[in-house]
Design a protein around this ligand. Structure first.
Ligand code: GLU
Length: 505
């Protein structure tokens, strides 16, 4: 037996923004391919021009660039099995349509939409198959000359695959095992339309998987019903011996209740279902993306990997390389995976904690710039280091740390009521004098000095520290107080104390 290099493909149709479930599918393809030392291919399935959406293909490419999942072959990158866009492969498909017709494995049908509708009304549960095709207008029922002259007249027709009844079709699925289907349940699907001279999804998909030497077809569960037809097409084309192995991944389910995860669930519960923001040019609607919502790509990958797979251990944090090593179809579930927003946030938090302060600071710079704030890089790095444990998202950085960069302009009312008492201004004046005398303004030294002073004067720690915080931050929040004063420095600390005393009478 020859061992072929593992080749897998992600085959989206550019009909809109890529759903997060599609990203999960692509990720599993990537993990499997890399584990096997194989190739990960992007193929754009754009034969249905009526559903084509401008910008969708670029969106897909951009999403994987952001996630850091590079394709080995793609429309952009090229490769030796191209073109990688089905709309550019018209002529390739035509030969196989002809071959199927010549073999008698497919036939031409002229039924108009009205005729089909009439049959549907006549016959309960009508499907175009072995039991009904004799009553239809096709090359099997019409005299040969009539078929030929109809085609010649320029009338539109379709080509249908001829499914023989009562045959066993086996879909060998790496997750679901052997799925056996009787061919009688299938209909004679349209595989080609003369109107646009293009094959339908099913034929193009099978022909390309064969020609591109795809070894494993890994895709969403919604394609499982099509798999028996695809197996039939492989058979009819004489390619049964080199059929890829299938894996149909479990559905992504709503966080609450049952059913497929939809964009509406995202809107309702406040989370993105798309990797990147999508601006719909047809209605101006904007859908949020993971990138724009402050998720880190590695966190999204780690989180998605766990929606339908688990390592069988307690480990939850996996780098991409670790996922590549650990992934297996044996540990993929057959049943749907519930989307878990809290888990998504938790992952993002973990990956923010894992980021170095300089890297985090780099992400924060544009925000500061936008606010018109310039600060030394060391200060920005120290600040993000102090607040990162409070973040779930990068875009929370400003809310968690603005007081490192701007003095309070007002003071939170409820905190003022509670923490700023009659004796407070005097206390703060003394504190200011104490800090003013310090040479070493490190958090550690401030803490020692202030705590000594509190003890010696039998002051109440809470009274001092809460008022101090209110003066510096403007509210009762933030990281360790002396860390804040160290970072903003002595001069600014004293200035804010003075400002609070004069403002909060
Ligand atoms: N074009 C199909 C889709 O949009 C491909 C399904 C498959 O992977 O075979 O999902």
């Amino acid at each position: 037996m020859t061992h072929h290099k593992t080749r897998v493909r992600f085959a989206p149709s550019p009909t809109g923004p890529l759903h997060i479930g599609g990203v999960r599918t692509a990720l599993y393809n990537y993990l499997f391919a890399k584990q096997q030392g194989g190739d990960f291919i992007l193929r754009i399935e754009d034969t249905d021009s009526s559903r084509f959406v401008p910008g969708a293909e670029e969106y897909i490419q951009e999403a994987f660039d952001w996630l850091g999942l590079p394709f080995d072959e793609s429309p952009l990158k090229g490769g030796s099995y191209g073109p990688y866009k089905q709309s550019q492969r018209k002529d390739i498909y035509k030969q196989y349509v002809t071959a199927l017709l010549d073999k008698g494995a497919a036939y031409i049908a002229f039924d108009t939409p009205e005729e089909l509708e009439a049959r549907r009304n006549e016959i309960a549960n009508f499907q175009y198959d072995a039991s009904t095709r004799e009553r239809m207008r096709n090359s099997l029922t019409l005299p040969e000359e009539e078929t030929a002259s109809l085609i010649k007249s320029g009338i539109q027709y379709v080509v249908r695959i001829k499914i023989d009844p009562d045959q066993e079709i086996i879909v060998d699925d790496m997750i679901r095992g052997k799925v056996v289907v009787n061919s009688s349940v299938l209909d004679d699907k349209v595989i080609y339309k003369s109107a646009d001279e293009l094959p339908t999804y099913h034929l193009a998909n099978v022909v390309d998987d064969h020609l591109m030497e795809i070894t494993h077809v890994i895709r969403g569960e919604e394609w499982l019903p099509s798999a028996p037809l695809h197996v039939w097409l492989y058979r009819s084309l004489g390619w049964e011996g080199s059929m890829p192995q299938f894996a149909h991944l479990p559905l992504l389910l709503k966080p609450d209740g049952n059913g497929k995860l939809s964009k509406r669930d995202g809107d309702r519960l406040g989370f993105p279902v798309f990797p990147l923001q999508w601006n719909d040019s047809t209605n101006g609607e904007i859908s949020s993306g993971y990138r724009e919502s402050g998720y880190l790509p590695d966190a999204v990958i780690n989180f998605l990997a766990f929606l339908g797979w688990n390592p069988g251990t307690e480990q939850e944090i996996f780098s991409l390389d670790e996922l590549v090593a650990a992934f297996s179809f044996d540990r993929c579930s057959k049943s749907g995976a519930k989307f878990d927003l809290e888990k998504a946030k938790w992952y993002n938090h973990q990956y923010i904690l894992k980021m170095s302060d300089p890297d985090l600071a780099k992400l924060f710079m544009p925000v500061l710039e936008e606010k018109g704030i310039s600060a030394p890089i060391e200060k920005i790095e120290k600040t993000v280091g102090l607040v990162k444990e409070r973040l779930h998202f990068i875009d929370e950085l400003w809310d968690q740390s603005y007081f490192f960069f701007v003095a309070p302009t007002d003071y939170e009312e409820k905190t003022v009521k509670k923490r700023w008492k009659e004796e407070t201004p005097a206390l703060m004046r003394q504190l200011g004098e104490l800090l003013d005398k310090m040479e070493d303004f490190s958090a550690k030294n401030q803490e020692e000095t202030v705590m000594n002073w509190i003890q010696q004067n039998q002051l109440h720690t809470g009274n001092v520290m809460n008022a101090f915080r209110l003066a510096i931050v403007g509210a009762g929040k933030g990281p360790h107080m002396f860390d804040i004063s160290e970072v903003i420095g002595k001069e600014e600390t004293l200035r804010r104390i003075a400002q609070a005393i004069s403002t909060l009478r």
